[in-house]
Each structure stands twice: as C-alpha cells, then as structure tokens.
Design a protein around this ligand. Structure first.
Ligand code: NAD
Length: 541
C-alpha cells in the first residue's frame, strides 16, 4: 500500500519533432537508420524475461527494399504458447498486487526512454521494417506510443479515484482489480504505438499478458520489448511470442484462465476470434473481455459550397499518407458533381508532385506497402477497376514490386456507388470517388451511411451550419471518429479517443479511460463501523 496519495508528474502530449532540413533530430535519425540498415538483428521471443531463440528463423523484409537483410526473428511453437501462458499466470500473484505507483513508474519510465534514448531506434525500426516516412513514424512510434503510456497512467489514477459515496457509519470503497487470468494481446502491423499499447494498457492495470505481434512489425516490437525491460517491467508480466496465429489462438482461447483479448487488426480475424471464444465459453473461469478495433471504409463527403482545395488536400493526406495503410485512411469520397472539376484539378496537381521511394530519402511523401500479399491484392483491385466499364482511373494505377512493394497513389472515379472499392477495405493507396447530384445531397448522406459495413472514421466538408448539422446527424452511426472540415486520420491520444462501431470494432476508444475500464473488474467493499445488533425495525413496533 502507498503511504501517500501521490500526485502524478505533469502529463501532456509529446511534442512532435519536425525533422526539417538542418534540424539536429534529422541528422540523428538518419545516422541511426543507416547504422541499423547495415546491421542484421537476431530477434528472439521474450518469455519470462528471457530471450528465446529456436533456430527456426524468418527474415525481416523492409517493404521498400525486400532484398536488404536487416535481420531475422525466431519462430516459436505451440510449446512456447503454453509456456508463455504458464509464465504469465505465475507472474500474476506478485504483479497484480503491486502498488499503482510502482506500476505507473515503470510505464512512465518507458515513455521517457522512448522520448529520449530510444526515440531514434524505435523510429528507425519503424521506418525500416514498416516503411513509414520520418514524420509518419514520429507521430506513431514515438509520440503516440509515449502518449499512450503516459496518459494511461493518468486515466488509471482517475479511474481509481472514481469512488462511490458513503454514508454515516459506512465506508464504501471500489477496488479496481485486474482480471482473474491472463490477457491475450494481438497487434497489427501498421502502428508501432498500437503494438506497444495493447499489452501495456492491460499490464498497467495489474494484468499479465501474452502478446503476439504481427509478423510484419516484429522489428519495432523488439525495440518495444527492450524498452519495457529497461523500464523495469518484471519478468513474465508481458511475454512476446512469434507463433502461428491460428494455432496460438486455438490454444489461448481454449485455456480456462483466458480472461480477455485486446485485439487490433482486420474484421475477418476478429469475428473469427469472437466465434471461437463463444464456442469455448463453458471452458472459462470468468467471462472474457473482448476488445477489438478492426477495419474501416472511411469517407470524405463534400457539400457544394465547400473549399475544393481543402477537400483535395484532405483526400491527399487522408488517403495516401503511409500508403493508405491506416485504419482511418480515406478510401471513398462523395463529391457534388458541379465541384468535381475543381477538386480533381487540385487533387491531380498535388498528386503529380508526390514522390515515392525509400523512407531514408526524406523528400518522399510515400513509400511501399507492407508485403507482397498486400501488393498483389491491391494490384488486382486496380486491374479490375481498369477493366471495369463502371470505373475510370483518374490518377496513378501503376505498380512495381521489383525492388519494393510500390503502388502509385491511385484515384478511381466510379459511376456505381456500390462498386467493390466503394465498399470493401483495401488497406492501400487507392481512393474511390463517387459523384452525386448537387440537389440530392441529403440522399447522398443516406447512401454513404448504408454503403459499407464499417463505421470507423469519416469527414464532412461544409461551411453551411445547417448542412453541418444535418450531415452530422445523418451520419451519427457511420463513424466513431467524425471530422468536420478536416481529414479523417491523425487521431491524437487524449484529444480524439479512437475507435469505431458496426464492423469496425467494439469502440472501446484506445487512448481514453473507456479502454482501461475493460482491463479491470471492480470489487465493491462496504464496511460498517458499528454493526447492528438488533434485527428488528422501528415499523414493527
Ligand atoms: P490482420 O488481421 O491481418 O492481423 C492482425 C493480427 O492478427 C496479427 O498479429 C496477425 O498475426 C493476427 N492474426 C491473423 N490471423 C489470425 C487468426 N486466425 N487468429 C488470431 N490472430 C490472427 O491485420 P493487419 O494486416 O496486421 O492490420 C491491418 C488491419 O488492422 C486493417 O483491417 C485495419 O483496418 C486494422 N486496424 C484497425 C485499427 C483500429 O483502431 N480500428 C487500427 C489499426 C489497424
């Protein structure tokens, strides 16, 4: 127990470094990138704080230069899954009873390590093996991860302070217990910050975790684990394994002590996870928490009087930064027919100046998509659009995987509002546009709302307050993060808590108190100071 109600150090959003020419951070990041580019890392799993190497290795492939050998990771087996569960459960007794300030100190230190000595290393790792530009990396691997780690501590304290009222002679206390069992964290390739946050948020609340990162984010996951260990995270609290996803899921979801899943990834995988948990419900000691943030088909909708240049800029940044591989990326747009030539002009002007290549060249706005399967899938969508009599390629449409998995920023104009690229998540630099008749703007909102199964992010552009009000209401359930006159990407922890509903997830809002509430199970303690000794009540006399 603490012997004081400790105030936290100041917690604010981590300032984003610019990496502008001549800045010290630019030189330092480039030098770290170059060093790491020429090293070959041998990346182990980490179980019970120990490095585990199996000899069965897979290469880390930089998406923008897949022949470069920057290292390999060791694949585990089902035994490692079982070992990591047992290890986590053993660590639970001590970790779950550790005081809040000591848990907090570990994750605050981890944030400071990333903000300081590990900043270049985690950024360079993300640039090299996830092909993010320096700026996209800085807002993800450094700033967002730091923000998650720091703000989660603040939210945890706020949760702990949320107490019921008491009355004369009675003291009511809520204890926010960690869940009884272990948490399974499964993270996606696209955000280093999400990869760090999924295990860390649950662990901060006193839970023990088995973490399986995406095979396409292992290089930066390795740095995250180094940071957690240097920050003093006790052995066994977070165990990082590189094992077959389906076999791991089968083992974890059949375990009686499975207490919760913290997932971010595709809708298909999450639905499968949910079904498996449902089928196994009789095996568990407790109802597992199911938290999943999944896919999106994020929109931009423009009203006829909106600023065409602002819309084109939002489309460009929203659809093509990080090659459209953000769950929030704009991938369908609804433009009034009378304004299309204006928007198109600005969009094509801007896209004509976009350069694509290695993230090591800081002048590039875009780099490669994550892996060959994604490249092939995107190329097939583009080819079908080229062949379709319902579509016209307005910009881009070329691709090349000889050196890296490069896909040009591609804009498709379709006559069919239900064309496949208006409805399905592609997860790449492909934007599809549908023109609606100006006079049918209200019907276009309904069309937008009913077109896709997803409801993650979306943006409307209008300066007409009646239109803003009407569109905001009409699209109430079309997005969990809704933007007015801005691109639909770039949510910041503590400013725009993130998540969507419908097929986009359980909307538990990463980067907010709501998410942390899923990782604790409150116990109500009522204490009566002087216990009654007479069972009768006054009304009985
Ligand atoms: P993915 O679904 O392919 O993989 C996500 C994770 O699930 C990986 O760790 C993977 O190994 C694991 N996995 C794969 N098959 C599995 C199985 N059968 N059982 C258990 N785990 C399995 O997703 P991805 O390509 O890494 O990431 C992109 C997806 O993530 C997109 O759909 C994107 O929209 C979504 N995403 C959503 C958010 C959000 O906040 N809503 C954020 C980031 C990414």
């Amino acid at each position: 127990m603490p012997k004081g109600m400790f105030a936290l150090p100041p917690i604010d959003n981590e300032p984003i470094k610019s990496y502008a020419p001549g800045s010290p951070e630019r030189e330092s990041l480039q030098s770290t990138y170059d060093t790491m580019w020429n090293e070959t890392w041998d990346i182990p799993m980490v179980i019970n704080g120990k490095e585990v190497r199996t000899g069965n290795t897979q290469r880390v492939l930089p998406p923008h230069d897949h022949q470069q050998n920057v290292g390999s990771y060791h694949l585990g087996t089902n035994e490692h899954v079982t070992e990591s569960i047992e290890t986590a459960l053993k660590a639970r007794a001590r970790w779950s009873s550790m005081s809040a300030q000591n848990r907090a100190a570990i994750f605050l230190k981890a944030a400071d390590l990333i903000a300081g000595p590990y900043r270049d290393r985690i950024n360079a790792a993300t640039m090299i093996a996830q092909s993010k530009t320096a700026f996209q990396t800085e807002i993800d691997a450094a700033c967002e991860l730091i923000d998650f780690l720091r703000f989660n501590v603040k939210y945890m304290y706020e949760i702990y302070q949320d107490q019921p009222s008491s009355s004369d002679g009675i003291w009511n206390r809520l204890e926010y217990r960690p869940l009884e069992g272990f948490i399974f964290a499964i993270s996606p390739f696209n955000f280093t910050a999400i990869a760090g946050n999924l295990p860390a948020s649950a662990a901060l609340l006193g839970n023990v975790v088995v973490w399986k990162p995406s095979f396409h984010q292992i290089y930066s996951a390795h740095v995250i684990m180094e940071v957690f260990q240097e920050a003093g995270l006790p052995d066994g609290v977070i165990n990082m394994i590189f094992t077959d996803p389906q076999e791991t899921a089968d083992l974890v979801f059949a375990h009686p002590d499975f207490a919760g899943i913290h997932f971010t990834g595709s809708t298909r995988v999450f639905k499968n996870i949910w079904k498996t948990i449902g089928n196994n419900i009789d095996k568990y000691k407790t109802y597992p928490r199911i938290v999943g943030e999944t896919g999106g088909k994020d929109f931009v909708w423009m009203y006829k009087e909106a600023n065409a240049l602002a819309v084109a800029t939002a489309l460009n940044r929203g659809a093509f930064e990080f090659q459209g591989q953000k769950c929030s990326a704009a991938s369908r747009a609804y433009i009034p027919r009378s304004r299309w030539e204006d928007v198109k002009g600005h969009l094509v002007d801007q896209l004509s100046t976009v350069t694509m290549g290695s993230p090591r060249d800081f002048s590039n706005f875009m780099t490669a998509v994550i892996h060959e399967a994604s490249f092939d899938k995107l190329a097939a969508y583009i080819d079908r659009a080229k062949d379709s009599n319902e579509c016209e390629i307005v910009f881009g449409g070329n691709y090349d995987k000889s050196k890296g998995y490069f896909i040009e920023p591609t804009v498709i104009l379709t006559r069919n509002p239900h064309y496949e690229t208006m409805e399905e998540e592609l997860f790449g630099p492909v934007l599809t546009i549908y023109l609606y008749e100006d006079s049918e703007w209200e019907a276009s909102l309904q069309l937008l709302d009913e077109t896709s199964i997803y409801a993650l992010t979306g943006a409307i552009f209008s300066d007409d307050r009646y239109v803003v009000e009407r569109a905001t209401k009409a699209l109430e359930n079309a997005a969990g993060n809704f933007y007015v006159n801005d691109k639909p990407t770039g949510a910041v922890v503590n400013q725009q808590p993130f998540g969507g509903a419908r097929a986009s997830g359980t909307n538990d809002k990463a980067g907010s108190k709501l998410n942390l509430l899923r990782w604790c199970s409150p116990r109500m303690v009522k204490e009566t100071f002087v216990s009654p000794t007479d069972y009768t009540y006054p009304f009985m006399t």
